[in-house]
Design a protein around this ligand. Structure first.
Ligand code: ADP
Length: 475
């Protein structure tokens, strides 16, 4: 059994969770310890005990450990990418890319540990100096989803450690393998006992146990329902909270878009990683002048996508992550049909040589903005097309959503691109690019129902993982 890491020790559990390959259900990746509330309590206590020592380490000590972890992740990217593709189902190329990103994130935050922020000011009072500095926020709980099994743990853990916090991480039940590999790398990179703890198991048990045990801050990525519940509980307990809860991201295709490029943006944005990205281009808003030509091309490209085993070189779209997710996707396809949308292609369960959760990418046309498939995050390979009269109508449709993570436009017009960049109600805007696919050195996050609290990643991560101290010194 793969164990939890608590107080520097690998601890077994009485329950185990078998990690299965969604491309091939006969491929069991391994048994992973499934922790209970007691383990979570111990992990938070260990992180609390380790905090005074870790926050006093020099930036150089923290940078060296993060850099070593980043180097090992990069050196093992093919092996770790293979594990990730096996447990999550994205293609091997995507999985290796994700692992490399995780390695680079650790290297980025190794440097960030050294790049400290502070200010020295004159007081408005005579004979007084003011110093503004940043301190670690304390014991940080991380709850992560299954769709980026190593990148999301990395982009939360690396800044937490860089700024002197200690960590308890609760990864998603479907992808314990990548989280375990990361814990092992961090442990061997030289982290003192208790600085990073891994507690695997069910969120509905371990989430409440984590808050009860007394963390100082919680960073969560997952569903809106869970995130909103956690935010309420954190507010009641005075726990600083950061939430990332998905999106229903519009990609506007203006009449003057370069057709092939705009089709590629939609194929990549909507269907790559099996549509299981919170930044997926799941709402395609196509202006009337280009609509029919665009849909012809997009439908034939979608129908030709090769769905298969995540590790097969010819695969473009891997399986859906789980049977529950596949059933939910298929239920959305039925809901779209019942609401009167036109299914241009896909939307069916597929049989392959191996038993897996395969589904053909679905493209819906003539969707109304109030249909469930146009409003709710599906988190699968299902894209809806809304017809817009013109750019102004397209912008209104793009912003007519409870979410606000990413928004994109395909256009050759500088004027439209600029207008959209300024008026899209989203945390991230992409011009002539898919809405998914972001850099690791710049802020990530959204507005409205997508996110809550400070941004993640880049130097903006300091907002969440540090707290500001203002000191007055009488001279
Ligand atoms: P998804 O649909 O992506 O699985 P969830 O919000 O259910 O979304 O899961 C995201 C993460 O939140 C997972 O690690 C999961 O175990 C955890 N989780 C689920 N329920 C709770 C809860 N009640 N409290 C805290 N964490 C939870």
């Amino acid at each position: 059994m793969h164990c939890n890491l608590i107080a520097g020790e690998w601890r077994t559990a009485s329950l185990a969770n078998t990690n299965r390959n969604p491309s091939d259900l006969d491929d069991a990746i391994g048994d992973y310890a499934s922790a209970g509330s007691d383990d979570m309590r111990d992990a938070v206590a260990a992180a609390r005990a380790a905090l005074p020592g870790w926050r006093r380490t020099t930036p150089q000590q923290r940078a060296d450990i993060l850099d070593a972890a980043g180097s090992e992740i990069l050196a093992r990217k093919t092996e770790l990418g293979t594990l990730l593709a096996r447990e999550e189902g994205k293609t091997l190329a995507e999985a290796i890319g994700e692992v490399a990103r995780a390695g680079n994130i650790f290297k980025y935050f190794a440097a960030e540990a050294l790049r400290q922020q502070g200010e020295l000011l004159d007081s408005v009072r005579p004979g007084v100096e003011v110093m503004i500095s940043r301190e670690p926020v304390g014991v940080v709980g991380l709850i992560t989803p299954w769709n980026f099994p190593i990148a999301i743990p990395a982009w939360k853990t690396a800044p937490a450690l860089a700024f002197g916090n200690t960590v308890v991480m609760k990864p998603a039940e479907l992808v314990p393998g990548s989280a375990c590999a990361l814990a092992d790398i961090l442990h061997r990179a030289g982290l003192p006992a208790g600085v990073f703890n891994l507690v695997m198991g069910p969120g509905r048990v371990l989430g409440p146990a984590m808050l009860e045990a007394g963390i100082d801050a919680l960073s969560f990525t997952g569903s809106q329902a869970t995130g909103q519940r956690l935010a309420t509980e954190c507010a009641a307990r005075g726990i600083k909270v950061q939430l990332e809860m998905g999106g229903k991201n519009p990609l506007v295709i203006a009449d003057d878009a370069e057709l092939e490029q705009a089709v590629e943006c939609a194929i990549n944005g909507a269907f790559y990683s099996t549509g299981q990205r919170c930044t997926a281009s799941s709402r395609l808003i196509v202006c009337a002048g280009i609509h029919d030509a665009y849909l012809d091309r997009l439908a034939s490209r979608t129908a030709a996508l090769h769905v298969g085993h995540a590790l097969a070189p010819e695969t473009q779209i891997g399986p859906v992550v789980s049977e529950a997710q596949l059933s939910a996707n298929l239920a959305y396809v039925q809901s779209g049909l019942a609401d009167g949308a036109t299914l241009l292609c896909g939307g069916e369960r597929l049989e392959r040589a191996q038993r897996g959760h395969y589904m053909s990418p679905a493209l819906f046309a003539e969707c109304a903005p109030d249909m469930a498939i146009s409003r709710e995050e599906i988190f699968g390979p299902v894209a809806t097309v809304l017809r817009a009269d013109d750019y102004k109508h397209a912008l209104a449709l793009a912003n007519d959503t409870p979410f606000g993570l990413a928004a994109g436009i395909c256009t050759r017009s500088l004027q439209l691109a600029t207008h959209f960049r300024r008026h899209a109600e989203a945390g991230m805007v992409m011009v002539n690019l898919p809405t998914a696919g972001v850099d690791y050195h710049v802020p990530f996050g959204g507005r409205k129902g997508s996110s809550y609290g400070p941004r993640e990643q880049g130097r903006y991560a300091a907002e969440f993982y540090t707290t500001v101290k203002t000191a007055y010194v009488g001279l």
